[in-house]
Design a protein. Structure first.
Length: 448
């Protein structure tokens, strides 16, 4: 069994890897490590979430911290609540897009600053294994916090030009995840007419897994957009911190293209701002952002890395990842993922352009991307070194997240997995033929 303490969160199969006793001990370690006097907690719809909450909150209160409990929540609403209620820290009980048998804990500091593997999770793990906690005289209490959803909806609406939106019909697939709780209120009394799919939160995921990154989980959404003639479609993951888009023809839009599109739109409001993108993104992002007068900033994959780097970069207002995450600057202190704001921004773009989403993104047909290709290898470092030596004379080497070589009309990126003997390849070229040659040449070296 691998560790449940991951790079971005704590996650495992319930009850063999994560259970009430483990959650109780983690609650104690969390408070002792951070030294906080209050912790905000939200939870998803998984069947194990209520009992995990009970155990976690017992551990937290026994260490003297109060709990602000917001009940069932999306992760992006949880981030908002941490900032809105000025909580000292927060824990979201969720395993995000993982199947129903999993559960986990996403942890943040004040201002919803993520606690990742290199920013606290390892320390919490050490305290958990040590099992010796501070003696506390006075236990904390649990306070139920009502009305957060209404406040969250108001906050997101304040970011949008609602009066300038044209009436649009949008299919939304919540995948029986937490988006089904938020979307009805978020889009009520707006020009967006929601065509709902699988809005009933159900931790058994009876229709499909709540992970639209996998093609089989998008089939229903794509078919529904075609069937209803909707303007576009959106699929949300289990805890609704990621959004995936389908155009008016029912075609899936890779998230790097949405990142470029949304970034270009925000640059009209924030001229010269910086838009972040991850190392796997198409050249479309950099080209689109720079042509719109913005700065394009390539950074490491992973929400903890992205948000912390955005916070320390002057002028950073948005970021996007191939994995479906969109990051926004909400306040000077809070940088967080959000899945509702991108839907409204897409509606703004369509309303302003007077074109369909497929027409607006017609140029994406000029980009040829491999997608992520995983290979099991004995010595990833040796292969990276060999490919770097071979391709470095043809382009610029960038070592931000793994190793990238960027040519005039192509690029490649190689990244090692944190947890497995895998090498991940992403590449892009200016034609299907050139992409296939680049990909096959690289795989011949990787898999020899």
């Amino acid at each position: 069994m691998g560790t449940i303490f991951k790079a971005y969160d704590i996650r495992g199969v319930y009850p063999s890897e994560i259970n009430e006793e483990i959650a109780y001990q983690i609650g104690k370690a969390f408070v002792d490590y951070l030294g906080v006097d209050n912790v905000l907690i939200g939870q998803d719809m998984r069947t194990s979430s209520p009992s995990i909450f009970e155990a976690l909150s017992r551990g937290i209160t026994e260490q003297g911290a109060n709990i602000y409990h917001i009940g069932m929540s999306t992760t992006d609403m949880f981030y908002f609540a941490v900032e809105h209620l000025a909580a000292s820290a927060g824990i979201m009980i969720t395993a995000s897009h993982n199947p129903g048998k999993y559960n986990g804990l996403k942890m943040v500091r004040h201002h919803a600053i993520p606690i990742g593997g290199d920013s606290g999770i390892k320390d919490i793990e050490a305290l958990y294994h040590q099992g010796q906690f501070k003696t506390v005289e006075k236990k904390g209490e649990i306070f139920a916090k009502e009305g957060i959803l209404d406040e969250y909806v108001k906050f997101i609406h304040s970011k949008i030009k609602l009066d300038q939106l044209k009436p649009l019909r949008v299919v939304m697939d919540a995948g029986n995840g937490m988006a089904g709780l938020v979307a009805p209120k978020m889009f009520a009394n707006t020009p967006i007419e929601v065509i709902p799919m699988f809005f009933e939160p159900d931790g058994n995921f009876p229709n499909h897994e709540a992970n639209p990154l996998e093609e089989e989980n998008r089939i229903d959404l794509m078919a529904k957009v075609k069937e209803t003639g909707a303007d576009f479609g959106v699929g949300f993951d289990g805890d609704s911190d990621r959004a995936f888009f389908v155009d008016n023809k029912g075609n899936f839009i890779d998230n790097d293209f949405m990142t470029g599109l949304l970034g270009r739109h925000l640059l009209k409001i924030h001229p010269g701002a910086t838009i972040f993108y991850d190392v796997r993104c198409s050249r479309f992002v950099r080209k689109t952002i720079e042509e719109a007068g913005g700065k394009a900033f390539m950074w490491k994959v992973g929400h903890a890395f992205m948000k912390s780097k955005m916070k320390e970069t002057p002028g950073a207002i948005m970021g996007g990842e191939v994995s479906g995450h969109f990051y926004f600057k909400f306040t000077d202190e809070m940088y967080a993922d959000n899945s509702s704001w991108p839907v409204f921004l897409t509606a703004e773009i369509i309303s302003e352009a007077g074109q369909t989403l497929s027409e607006i993104l017609a140029e994406r047909s000029q980009y040829f991307i491999s997608g992520e290709i995983n290979s099991t290898v004995a010595d990833p470092d040796a292969i990276i070194k060999e490919i770097q030596a071979l391709y470095a004379p043809k382009g610029e080497v960038v070592e931000i997240d793994g190793m990238s070589v960027i040519g005039d009309t192509w690029w490649l990126n190689l990244r090692k997995s944190n947890t497995e003997p895998l090498l991940r390849l992403n590449c892009e070229a200016d034609s299907q033929e050139n992409l296939e040659k680049l990909r096959d040449d690289l795989l011949a070296i990787i898999r020899k």
